[in-house]
Every structure is written in C-alpha cells, then in structure tokens.
Design a binder for this molecule. Structure first.
Ligand code: NAI
Ligand code: MG
Length: 363
C-alpha cells in the first residue's frame, strides 16, 4: 500500500521550507523505492485568498484521509485584519480539532556543532536529546466556565477552568510511555499536585497507567515549577517529559531555547490510534511561524521542516532507519560548518534555503 502524505505549505516561508521537503521525498521515492503518494492543499492566508476561509472543506477532507499531514506555517501582515474565524491560524486550529490531535511532541535536540552557540554552557546542552509530550486538547485553555464577569464597582473577574478527566490523562500518559520505550525508557511526569486537584488526579492516573501497562519504563514525578528549573540547570537528566496543556506550552518553549534557533525545531501532533488499523492521525510542523520578515529572500532555515519530515517517517510510517539517516544528515551538514543566516556564527559558511536542502540531500 502506498503512503499517503498531504502537504500544506501555507504562507510566508512555509512554501520555501516545504520545497526542500519535496526534494527529499522525491529522493525517497526514486532512490529508495518508498511509495509516498503526495497530495497538496492550501491553508492559512493562501487558502483565505482562494476560498475565503483558512482551510477548504475539500482540503480538510484530504487531511482526514491522509496517513499524515506535513504543515508549513501560516499567517502574515496581509491577513492581520481578516475576521477572527477565518484568520490564518483558524486553519491550524481546525486541523487539530477535527483530527483530534491530543498529543503534541516537541523534541529538544542539541546538535553537537551548535552546542557552542546555545544560551547555556556547551556542556549543559551538548548531546541533549529530550522529548516533551504536551496534552493539547484539554486543560485550562478549553475548560468551562471561561469568561470575564462584570462585578460592578469597576471590578471584573477573569475565569479559566482547568479540567482533566481520567481518560485524557491515561491516553497522553500512554503516548509518553510508548515513546519512551523507543528512546531512553524514562518518563518524568510534571504537574502541581501540591496546589491543584487536577494535578493530584494527573499524578494518580499516570502512576496507575504505569503500574498497569508500562512498569518496564522508569517513571519519575516532578512539580512543574521545579521541572522548569531542572530543565535549565541540567536538561540531560530527562528523556521524555509528559505534562498538561499549560505547563507543556511553557516548558516546551523553555526547552526550545536550550537548543538555539526557532528554525531548527520540529514538532508532531498525534491523535488516538484507529480501532481497526492502530494508525494514528498525525500532523507534523515546524515550531516557527511564517517569518514575514525574511520570506521570499531564500534565506529561511528549512531544517525545522525537514526534521518534521524525519518525525513523520519515525512516528507515522515506522521508517526508523530512514528517519535516523535524515537526522544524521542534518547533523552532518552542521558538522561541515554549513549554516543558514539564523544559525550562522563566525567561522561557518553561510548558505541559503535551497543550498541547505541540497546539502542535506547530498549526505
Ligand atoms: P516567526 O516564528 O514567524 O518568526 C520569529 C522570528 O524568527 C523572525 O525573526 C523570523 O525571521 C525568525 N525565524 C522563524 N523561522 C525561521 C526559519 N525557519 N529560518 C530563519 N529564521 C526564522 O514568529 P512571528 O514573527 O511571531 O510570527 C510571524 C507570523 O507567523 C504571524 O502571522 C504569526 O501569527 C504566524 N505564526 C504561525 C505559526 C504557525 O503557523 N504554526 C506559529 C507562530 C506564528
Ligand atoms: Mg507556546
């Protein structure tokens, strides 16, 4: 059976980075005999220009039918004043919602060649390879009530509600334990059980899930604030971190800065396994946005997008050797001193987007 991939390049540097991914997939098909079947759609501002909404029903249907979706980036000043429900970001939110992507995977990897340019000491980050698993569809960003109430006397009250049910914690913990088995076999769960009831339940359910199904994996618990401190002090102590939507949002941004540029960071969002096939819906995207300040100049770093393809090979298609090879090629090109402008430093060679794609392909 062929492997169905939907490409949604989006806006700004999204299409520039996706062009490099297309070259790599063409190589996989032609030289390695992998039968990726590519389809393409519009999302974000480009979809709004074509259809008046951030993703068309037709493209939404393609996303639901694909084995995996590769997403570039959306947005830009051109669409800053369009209505809330059709703004570019609405396309991504719709994809996450309709594909029921509840697990967000954010690796923080420090390539040896870039350790010296980290904001931390090189020995703290060199060889770092951790994975943050963030719950994406529950918690305080979605819980009801969610409102601002007028109390009179020029006083208002802002309310957000943190809610987690057992099944939500069980399924995100399951993803974390399964990923850990294919890595360093260690999970650290983070919450604030000292001050939050949802944290007490989180801790209980993760512990019970571990005992019932994953006792071969090492499990530690850490309060999320202490976890943030440890992430900056000695991040290499971690393998997989599992945490809720809010803490995961913050901790993954902190972890991102351990490794340098936004242009280097991939991510994956996974849904529940299909009851029949076991396959999960999945969307892979760089962490960065559409970077309007550099778009059209041919200088964007395509590594975050290419590393997102590597995650796709690994998690959606179980092409582990190919994913390893692609990641090694990225590392090798950096070892050779090739850099796009965002990661350039004295003594290295500055190259553009297509040259970076070609160099990775050449490995
Ligand atoms: P951004 O990530 O697009 O850019 C932030 C800074 O990082 C810019 O200086 C940019 O040039 C640089 N940068 C980002 N990716 C890079 C790459 N691959 N290579 C080299 N440099 C890179 O975030 P910003 O500026 O806050 O947002 C720009 C637009 O992107 C906005 O419309 C925003 O709404 C949208 N956005 C979209 C996201 C998505 O599609 N998932 C995520 C974040 C922002
Ligand atoms: Mg964030």
């Amino acid at each position: 059976a062929s492997r169905k991939l939907l490409l949604l390049p989006g806006d700004g540097i999204g299409p520039e980075a996706m062009a490099e991914v297309r070259k790599i997939i063409a190589y996989f098909n032609a030289d390695l005999g992998l039968d990726f079947e590519l389809d393409e759609g519009l999302v974000g501002g480009s979809a709004y220009d074509a259809h008046g909404k951030a993703i068309s029903e037709e493209d939404m249907g393609k996303a639901l039918a694909a084995d995996a979706v590769l997403f570039g980036a959306v947005g830009g000043p051109k669409w800053d004043s369009v209505a809330y429900d059709v703004r570019p970001e609405a396309g991504l939110l719709r994809l996450r919602k309709d594909m029921a992507l509840f697990a967000n995977l954010r690796p923080a990897i420090c390539y040896p060649a870039l350790a010296a340019s980290s904001s931390l000491k090189p020995e703290v980050v060199e060889g770092l390879d951790i994975l943050i698993v963030r719950e994406l569809t529950g918690g305080v960003y979605f819980g009801e009530p969610k409102e601002i109430i007028d109390l009179g006397n020029s006083q208002k009250r802002g309310i957000d509600t943190q809610i987690y049910d057992t099944f939500e914690i069980e399924r995100i913990a399951g993803v974390a334990f399964e990923l850990a088995r294919a890595r360093g076999n260690k999970v650290t769960s983070m919450e604030k059980r000292n001050v939050m009831k949802s944290g007490v339940l989180w801790n209980e359910v993760v512990t019970a899930t571990h005992k019932a199904r994953y006792s071969d994996v090492q499990l530690d618990h850490m309060l999320a604030d202490a976890g943030g401190m440890q992430l900056v002090r000695w991040p290499k102590q971690f393998d997989v971190i599992v945490t809720d939507n809010l803490f995961g949002d913050m901790l993954s941004d902190v972890a991102a800065m351990l490794t340098g540029s936004l242009g280097m960071l991939p991510s994956a969002s996974l849904g529940a396994p299909d009851a029949k096939t076991g396959a999960r819906k999945a969307l892979y995207e760089p962490v960065h946005g559409s970077a309007p300040d550099i778009s059209g100049k041919g200088i964007a770093n395509p590594i975050a997008m290419i590393a997102s393809l590597a995650m796709c090979l690994r998690y959606s298609f179980n092409l582990i050797a190919e994913a390893d090879r692609l990641e090694a090629a990225i590392s090798g090109v950096l070892d050779d001193g090739l850099r796009t402008a965002d990661i350039w430093s004295q003594g290295s060679t500055k190259i553009g987007t297509t040259e970076m794609g070609d160099a990775i392909l050449g490995k």
